[in-house]
Design a protein around this ligand. Structure first.
Ligand SMILES: NC(=O)c1ccc[n+]([C@@H]2O[C@H](COP(=O)([O-])OP(=O)(O)OC[C@H]3O[C@@H](n4cnc5c(N)ncnc54)[C@H](O)[C@@H]3O)[C@@H](O)[C@H]2O)c1
Length: 275
């Protein structure tokens, strides 16, 4: 089945950089896209440019501050209203430099995406933007690195959503790429770290996002977008002493119970969310 034609994607941080490039790749493959960002002029321009490219309205922009839950709800509601639903969600907005000590994670974005995809009954794909510094500690940007580790852990922990709601959640970890996020840095050690890091091309990053969307085997997976191409990060292996024999024997039964509990909780959350 075609993973893109007539599919509807929501992309946060879509006015420029990685989000914009993923949006353009999806539009080129026949998808419709709703962009959310706080850079309104650039977002409106991006939507207009992509619509002109196709010759009809396939892209819309909405001011969305991803730190505000109500903005995220409005963004996904717009996708539903304009294009009839949400199949793909790219939670990509991010900052570095001044003020990024408390960098947000895409947790709320994933939640709203999941509720929409489960409500429709069709499922979908969520892709979070993490970073190479979400698997490899980067001390000059420690708070940023910690928040991206959180995105990776969160994404790994949602692997079972494939069984709960037919939603695959994956993350892309780009190495350093020349975008505006790296142009406003407030200290020398961060600038050095970025200046001397090998760079990944934007095409490779976009390729990683497309693979997360297209490949039905990927769920709870982490795709590294590196200077030498896209790599799937190996899954964790539990230390032998941390898993009991009894647990392993009972695992199919435990998983069945867990899936039922998650389905019931999700149904309740959909009702509470009043989407
Ligand atoms: N460029 C890199 O070297 C690099 C490497 C690894 C990961 N990343 C990650 O990639 C993602 C995209 O970054 P980019 O490189 O395209 O940079 P970018 O600055 O070009 O794009 C980030 C976008 O997020 C938007 N944004 C920031 N705060 C927001 C908020 N509160 N609400 C909504 N939108 C907001 C910005 O306005 C911008 O349009 C980020 O999550 C970043 O952490 C970037």
């Amino acid at each position: 089945m075609d993973s893109f034609t007539s599919k509807v994607a929501v992309i946060t941080g879509g006015s420029r950089g990685i989000g914009y490039n993923v949006a353009a790749a999806l539009v080129d493959r026949g998808a419709k896209v709703v962009l959310g960002d706080i850079l309104d002029q650039q977002g409106e321009d991006a939507a207009r440019e992509l619509n002109e490219r196709v010759g009809k309205q396939v892209v819309a922009y909405l001011h969305t501050d991803v730190t505000k839950y109500k903005d995220l709800k409005a963004l996904f509601a717009l996708a539903e209203k304009l294009f009839g639903g949400v199949d793909i969600a790219v939670l990509n907005a991010g900052i570095t430099g001044k003020g990024s000590g408390g960098i947000f994670t895409p947790l709320d974005g994933d939640k709203v995406a999941l509720l929409h995809m489960a409500k429709s009954g069709k499922g979908g794909v969520i892709v979070n933007t993490a970073s190479l510094s979400g698997v490899l500690p980067a001390s000059p940007i420690a708070a940023y690195s910690a928040s991206k580790f959180a995105v990776v852990g969160w994404t790994r922990s949602l692997a079972h959503m494939k069984h709960v709601a037919n939603v695959r959640v994956n993350a892309v970890c780009p190495a350093v790429c020349d975008t505006d996020i790296n142009s406003n840095l407030d200290d020398q050690s961060t600038s050095d770290y970025l200046e001397f890091s090998p760079k990944v091309q934007m095409e490779v990053i976009v390729q990683a996002f497309l693979r997360c969307i297209e490949d039905p085997r990927l769920s709870g997976d982490i795709l590294m977008a590196l200077p030498d191409g896209v790599h799937v990060q190996p899954k964790y292996i539990a230390p032998a002493s941390s898993v009991s024999k009894e647990y392993l024997e009972k695992f199919p039964e435990i998983r069945k119970r867990g899936t039922k509990f998650a389905k019931d909780s999700l149904a309740q959350a959909i009702e509470n969310a009043k989407l």
